[in-house]
Write a protein that binds this ligand. Sequence first.
Ligand SMILES: Nc1ncnc2c1ncn2[C@@H]1O[C@H](COP(=O)(O)OP(=O)(O)O)[C@@H](O)[C@H]1O
Ligand SMILES: [Mg+2]
Length: 150
Amino acid sequence: MERTLVLVKPDAVQRGLIGEVIARLERRGLRLVAARFVQVDRKLAERHYAVHKGKPFYDGLIAYITSAPVMAMVWEGPNAIAAVRQTMGSTRPTEAAPGSIRHDFGLTVGRNLTHASDSPQTAQEEVNLWFKPDELITWERDLDRWIFDA
Ligand SMILES: Nc1ncnc2c1ncn2[C@@H]1O[C@H](COP(=O)(O)OP(=O)(O)O)[C@@H](O)[C@H]1O
Ligand SMILES: [Mg+2]
């Protein structure tokens, strides 16, 4: 079982797509662990995107992620990290697979709607950055045995 951080970014919040993103992750079979609606401050933005510091798009990225609230969530399931990245689609919407969120709702890399952790290590770091341990809910769903094979 893996856990991964998902952000519905400011453009998707402004466009009324929080429910759409949640619906797709639920329909995929993933299980919600935590959720918080957050106005991101510069400090959190810089910590979250530290790996991109110094890149040409960094300042624009910090402005983007702090421009309106985000819906921060943790989702879990077998292969959750890869599954969620696939549901989001490639970083550039024009390269994202048809049926993915970035394909279906996006046009440009600078307004690509969502964030999802890209590896087990970043998932753990990002979950810890955005949520306190007591905000992560461990629970069982009656459907789990029909979706998870272990
Ligand atoms: N060339 C770019 N121009 C503008 N924004 C970019 C560019 N590359 C990446 N970004 C933004 O930075 C975010 C983080 O980049 P990256 O980690 O490479 O993608 P991902 O969000 O798919 O993991 C992207 O989702 C996108 O919002
Ligand atoms: Mg990334």
